[in-house]
Design a protein around this ligand. Structure first.
Ligand code: G3H
Ligand code: 13P
Ligand code: ZN
Length: 312
């Protein structure tokens, strides 16, 4: 099966009350860990590449690695550009064979966001590619752009219908309290997503797929593993998994996870070096990192997303 768009995945996910995992990929071991988990549990998956990941690996390698994963697993895999920052970046990915792109003009004024999203949609749809757009801004760090908690803002439900109608986008990322990175909520506070906003968006856009960014849960076992092996992370708090599960049972069809994979990989490698200080073969430390990414993704597929067993 060639790489697919997310259209069918989202339709079934919406109807079935589950979500598709959208995992960020930066190298071979991450791609293998994710897709081996999906293969074992027969789950469809979105592999997403940020502008930073594309700059790190160059524009060819990650595409070829994702194609290799598709050949190895035979799963429905969607290759998605995460946080495209301009028409040019989106066009370049579409021309390279991505099946889905995000244009993130959420920091721009409403009319400007509509204009640039519309431009990307026209080009993408003419090439059989689907488009995710964003309304509302998340706090946290994406590439080099840092949005402070004060500058972030929840999505206004009264804007979503007009935005979707005028842009023609295929899915919409909304801000309901998640944020990028490992430090999502103030220590001592109780994390709570704004389900009232999600419900209102869902009411105004019946059947339309909604996306949640910044959805890592920050597993404490890996924060601990990092800190017990030479790291020094302050208190890190993620999105509670039961709240993500609830969102997945509603209109949320795509849940973005990156930081959790980074924590699993880094914690495992730190521990490996602590336990084996004389080793220097990259395969020896990348192998357990890949295995732990696989276990983490299996847990997400079953307990958070509910998309296990949902591949064709
Ligand atoms: O939302 C951002 C993702 O975690 C990607 O991060 O831009 O550092 O690759 P990155
Ligand atoms: P996390 O930082 O919570 O993993 O979010 C990832 C993301 O939203 C990628 O677009
Ligand atoms: Zn994001």
């Amino acid at each position: 099966m060639p790489l697919v768009t997310s259209t069918e995945m989202f339709k079934k996910a919406y109807e079935g009350g589950y979500a598709i995992g959208a995992f960020n990929v930066n190298n071979m071991e991450i791609i293998q860990g994710i897709t081996e988990a999906c293969k074992e549990l027969n789950a469809p998956v979105i592999l997403q590449v940020s502008k930073g990941a594309r700059a790190y690996a160059n524009r060819t390698y990650l595409i070829k690695l994702v194609e290799a994963a598709e050949i190895e697993t035979g799963l429905p895999i969607c290759l998605h550009l995460d946080h495209g920052d301009s028409f040019e970046t989106c066009k370049s990915c579409i021309d390279d064979g991505f099946t889905s792109v995000m244009i993130d003009a959420s920091s721009k004024p409403f009319e400007e966001n509509i204009a640039i999203t519309r431009q990307v949609v026209e080009y993408a749809h003419a090439h059989g590619v689907v488009v995710e757009a964003e309304l509302g801004t998340l706090a946290g760090i994406e590439d080099e752009v840092k949005v402070s908690a004060e500058d972030s803002s929840y999505t206004r439900p009264e804007d979503v219908q007009e935005f979707v109608e005028r842009t023609g986008c295929d899915s919409l990322a909304i801000a309901i309290g998640t944020s990028h990175g490992a430090y999502k909520f103030k220590p001592g506070t109780k994390p709570q997503l704004r389900f009232d906003i999600l419900e209102e968006v869902q009411r105004r856009l019946p059947g339309f797929p909604i996306v949640l960014h910044g959805s890592s849960s920050v597993p404490q076992e890996y924060v601990k593993m990092i800190n017990e092996n030479g790291g020094n992370m302050p208190d890190a708090i993620g999105v509670p998994e039961d709240q993500l599960r609830k969102a997945a049972s509603m209109a949320v069809c795509k849940i973005n996870i990156d930081s959790d994979l980074r924590l699993a990989m880094t914690g495992t490698i730190r521990k490996y070096f602590n336990d084996h200080p004389a080793d220097f073969d990259p395969r020896q430390y990348l192998k357990p990192a890949r295995a732990n990414i696989k276990e983490l993704v299996k847990h997400k597929l079953v307990d958070v997303l509910g998309c296990d067993g949902k591949a064709e």
